[in-house]
Design a protein around this ligand. Structure first.
Ligand SMILES: Nc1nc2c(ncn2[C@@H]2O[C@H](COP(=O)(O)OP(=O)(O)OP(=O)(O)O)[C@@H](O)[C@H]2O)c(=O)[nH]1
Ligand SMILES: C[S@@+](CC[C@H](N)C(=O)[O-])C[C@H]1O[C@@H](n2cnc3c(N)ncnc32)[C@H](O)[C@@H]1O
Ligand code: SF4
Ligand code: SF4
Length: 339
């Protein structure tokens, strides 16, 4: 690393979350509701997407400013053709310590081995229920649980690290909290419960749909006693717990009730090459056009450094005081920026 940049709140730039496509084969109601993301939805045409070479070049510039962790996301990242080639290219970039991918798991079984061979370290698979009927409704396309579980097991068998993410919504899948905890405890995979967030403009978020993490802990602890575990690293998003007397962990991502903006080290790159300083940002800064217009690495580096240096975003910490006005502000969609 040549230089570590800090933002206006003294937060270092450490992670880059790269969205490789805005398309997805699911239509999760909380992310890409089918009524809005219908057959005529104007997804990005291929020429507007950053190429693998462009993503790799930008990754190298980000690592020279302090980034060590890369997360590949989307849309559904496995909808991007030849994704393993991109992983192979990013793996070669100096300073990249960890490459993870967030996926809905539906295409994972057929790609797990090539992704591992290309240099992917770990996957986080999103799964909100073990009940086929509920899961089919949540994903909006009738996909079955079995297909995702096969993807999870294929990833583990290929030697990838595996975590499971479950977005919890009251009245939608809160009855799945305990079955999910029991199942993944038995399987030995880390399950993380995510508080449903007001991302984007289309998911019709209401505060009473959020199940606070402390309620989830209480519920699980009553059946399977838990004890807290210290964070793995500065700015870890999940609070960790383990089942008492075991090494088996769960995580709670409390972005609504216990915001973690004060240690947020994450920059985001959208599929068309805009840099976002926050998951809830309205505007991103275009890097693609300057890159295609021939900007040098040094000039791009200065541009990215300047964007991070003036960053003061802390949306989640301010959310509650802003809650009445939340829906009036136009934010980037989660499927666009990648979560
Ligand atoms: N508000 C907010 N939520 C976030 C942020 N980063 C992640 N999340 C939420 O947490 C979920 C899980 O994110 P992951 O990328 O799996 O978590 P992570 O903590 O980066 O993963 P590890 O690297 O395995 O620790 C996302 O899908 C979002 O819902 C963030 O910066 N702000
Ligand atoms: C936008 S998806 C992209 C990657 C991939 N398609 C997937 O679903 O894993 C990334 C993560 O964001 C989470 N997510 C989407 N909308 C959310 C919301 N409103 N609140 C909390 N998490 C959300 C998803 O559950 C998923 O774990
Ligand atoms: S959460 Fe992931 S799988 Fe669901 S619609 Fe969004 S991008 Fe697709
Ligand atoms: S709300 Fe924005 S600043 Fe806060 S943790 Fe999330 S991405 Fe970071």
């Amino acid at each position: 690393m040549e230089k570590q940049v800090f933002d206006s709140q003294k937060r270092p730039l450490r992670d880059l979350r790269i969205s490789v496509t805005d398309k997805c084969n699911f239509r999760c109601q909380y992310c890409m509701p089918a009524e809005i993301f219908g057959p005529d939805y104007p997804f990005l045409p291929q020429h507007k997407l950053l190429s693998f070479e462009e993503i790799t070049r930008l990754t190298g510039i980000f690592t020279s400013l302090g980034v060590e962790k890369i997360r590949i996301t989307g849309g559904e990242p496995l909808m991007r053709r030849n994704l393993a080639d991109l992983i192979r290219m990013i793996r070669q970039v100096d300073g990249v310590r960890d490459i993870a991918m967030t996926t809905n798991g539906s295409l994972l079984a057929r790609h797990a081995e090539e992704l591992k061979a290309a240099g992917l370290d770990r996957v986080t698979v999103s799964l909100d229920s073990l009940d086929d009927e509920r899961f089919g409704r949540i994903n909006g396309r009738g996909y079955r649980v079995e297909q995702i579980l096969e993807g999870i097991e294929a990833a583990a068998a290929a030697g990838l690290g595996v975590k499971i993410n479950m977005v919890v919504q009251r009245g939608v899948n809160d009855q799945d909290i305990l079955p999910m905890a029991r199942y993944f405890r038995e399987k030995g995979h880390i399950l993380r419960f995510i508080e449903f967030m007001d991302v984007g403009n289309s998911n019709g978020w209401k505060l009473d749909q959020v199940v606070p993490s402390r309620e989830i802990i209480r519920m699980i602890h009553a059946e399977m006693p838990l004890e807290p575990v210290n964070p793995n690293y500065y700015g870890e998003v999940a609070s960790r717990y383990r089942y008492a007397g075991t090494e088996q962990e769960i995580g709670l991502i409390s972005s609504v009730t216990q915001a973690f903006c004060s240690t947020c080290t994450r920059a985001r790159l959208s599929a068309e090459g805009r840099m976002y300083n926050c998951l809830f940002a309205s505007e991103g800064e275009d890097l693609r056009d300057p890159l295609r217009a021939g900007m040098s690495d040094e000039e791009l580096r200065e541009k990215i450094s300047a964007i991070w240096t003036r960053r003061d975003d802390r949306y989640s910490e301010e959310r509650l005081k802003h809650t009445p006005g939340i829906s009036q502000r136009t934010k980037v969609e989660m499927s666009h920026i990648g979560g």
